[in-house]
Design a protein around this ligand. Structure first.
Ligand code: C5P
Length: 284
């Protein structure tokens, strides 16, 4: 049996640069891998690819990006092997944390090994971009600047180690719906760039990272879910040095100097209306 971890991500910054002819949006985003992860287990089988999971929220048929990753690899390689795949789901679903993309990336990586296909990482990242905009970053991991749809990646110096508190209401959000709402709103007056955050990363300056957070999708998501700005304030009042909507939401993340501090912040947030997770950044 082969096991692969599929790590969640957050975006320290996410600037939407414009709408493209293909309906996607050009982005500039500083992305960061979190320690929070799903686990995928692979056993080789004769013909079929089957998926089981411990989560009631995950479809296990052709809609699942893991199955789509397996199909894509078999088409591109001519491989006839099958696999029994088990997904142990820990990353909250439809949360803005890249869980589906992480699973797709882990499936590409795991099956490439299980079936002995020998595709390079660059090739896997090219396949990944077909499955979802965040999949190439999930294959790369660590800290990186993403451009284009999210698939053009430049590795960055690892972020200083920090604690991360995740707070998520009990609903999920559709990324496509968030971008549609974004397009309805006036263009953000000052779509900030990532200069101060990038400087903070270079200097390993936690405060500069925590104060340089920015997400252009926040206004769109906050207009759809008016309780979220309050959740962000609560996270800061509880002791997070900076807080931001994670990707297209609805999770809000808060940054702390250490994992221990993240635990203290989380203990102040216990509330039946939200789920709370404590994790940390990971360098690769
Ligand atoms: O690529 P992915 O399947 O994760 O994207 C989900 C949806 O989010 C897309 O269908 C698109 O509506 C929107 N999106 C976008 N621009 C991006 C990434 C995603 O408009 N760069």
């Amino acid at each position: 049996m082969l096991a692969v971890k599929a790590f969640a991500k957050i975006n320290f910054t996410l600037s939407v640069r414009g709408r493209r002819a293909d309906g996607y949006h050009d982005l500039e985003s500083v992305m960061q891998t979190l320690e929070l992860h799903d686990r995928l287990e692979f056993v080789i089988a004769e013909h079929d690819v089957t998926l089981t999971t411990d989560s009631s929220e995950i479809p296990t048929g052709p809609d699942n990006l893991i199955i789509q990753a397996a199909d894509l690899l078999r088409r591109r390689s001519g491989c006839r092997w099958g696999a029994r795949i088990r997904l142990i789901k820990r990353i909250p679903v439809a949360a803005g944390l890249g869980g589906g993309s992480a699973d797709a990336a882990a499936a590409l990586y795991g099956l490439n090994g299980l079936w002995g296909l020998g595709f390079t990482m660059d090739k896997l990242m090219e396949f990944g971009a077909r499955l979802g905009s965040d999949v190439p970053f999930c294959l790369l991991g660590g800290t990186a600047l993403a451009r284009g749809r999210g698939e053009i990646l430049e590795p960055l110096p690892p972020a200083p180690p920090m604690g991360v508190v995740l707070v998520k209401p009990h609903y999920g959000v559709s990324t496509a719906a968030v971008y549609r709402r974004f397009d309805e709103l006036p263009v953000p007056a000052a779509s900030s760039d990532a200069t101060s955050l990038l400087q903070g990363l270079k200097e390993g300056d936690f405060e500069a990272v925590a104060h340089g957070l920015h997400n252009d999708l926040e206004a769109a998501v906050f207009s759809m879910y008016p309780e979220l700005p309050e959740l962000k304030e609560r996270l800061k009042e509880a002791g997070a040095a900076g807080a931001l909507l994670a990707g297209s939401g609805p999770t809000i993340f808060g940054l702390t100097r250490s994992l221990e501090e993240a635990g203290i912040v989380a203990s102040r947030l216990q509330n039946p209306e939200v789920g709370v997770w404590v994790t940390s950044t990971v360098g690769f």
